[in-house]
Design a binder for this molecule. Structure first.
Ligand code: GAR
Length: 211
């Protein structure tokens, strides 16, 4: 059976959606760079091994990256899933896991990389927002796109209402992408996303606020 490791930094709602999705693989570990991440308790309660690799315990990014990579490799996963993991990873780390590491980002990349995407979308006055699952490459919040979901931006939206609408879609598309990978249908070939057996494309339709 294939296995995967999930990296978190906080709440862990995407981690929950991945574990609840009963993917065709075993969750070998949930690893957090922050000991106080709320998602750790949720995973532990379900019998998933949890590990903290605290970035504050390391003198620099390279040392943290090396310890994190060693911890991941200890579990021998087929797939690494960044789920609200908020540390920038260095080139050596990313190259080590290239083609087997996915990330979820709360915007329609390449628009709105970085933090505070929902606020930036409201400030920009655009009408369509969403989320993106992508293979991780060395540059921040970029990399070959696997699947995206779009939501409307409503006239009276608050940052939190918009964030919740996007998050609901994150919880659909991320397990979908992970499932594709674990079923050997999704791969990265010479920098391009290959998805077997999907004739309708891998974007999802614009969803109404009701879903
Ligand atoms: C999610 O919205 C995820 O897309 C975002 O952080 C949130 C984590 O929530 N990730 C990024 O911004 C990565 N650049 P969660 O801990 O409840 O999954």
């Amino acid at each position: 059976m294939k296995s995967y490791v999930i990296l978190i930094s906080g709440r862990g709602s995407n981690m929950q959606s991945l574990i609840d999705a009963k993917l065709p693989g075993r969750c070998a570990a949930v690893i957090s760079n922050r000991p106080e991440a709320a998602g750790l308790a949720w995973a532990a309660e379900r019998g998933v091994p949890t590990v903290v690799v605290d970035h504050k315990a390391f003198p620099d990014r390279d040392a943290f990256d090396a310890a994190l990579a060693a911890e991941i490799e200890r579990h021998g996963p087929d797939l690494v899933l960044l789920a609200g993991f908020m540390r920038v990873l260095g080139r050596a780390f990313v190259e080590r896991f290239e083609g087997r590491m996915l990330n979820i980002h709360p915007s329609l990349l390449p628009a709105f990389p970085g933090l505070h995407t929902h606020r930036s979308v409201l400030e920009a006055g655009i009408r369509i927002h969403g989320c993106t699952v992508h293979f991780v490459t060395a540059s921040l919040d970029s990399g070959p796109v696997v699947v995206q979901a779009a939501v409307p931006v409503l006239q009276d939206d608050s940052e939190s209402a918009l964030a919740a609408r996007v998050l609901a879609q994150e919880h659909i598309v991320y397990p979908q992408a992970a499932r594709w990978f674990l079923e050997d249908r999704l791969s990265l070939v010479q920098g391009r996303v290959m998805l077997a057996g999907e004739t309708s494309g891998n974007g999802t339709a614009l969803r109404s606020p009701q879903g």
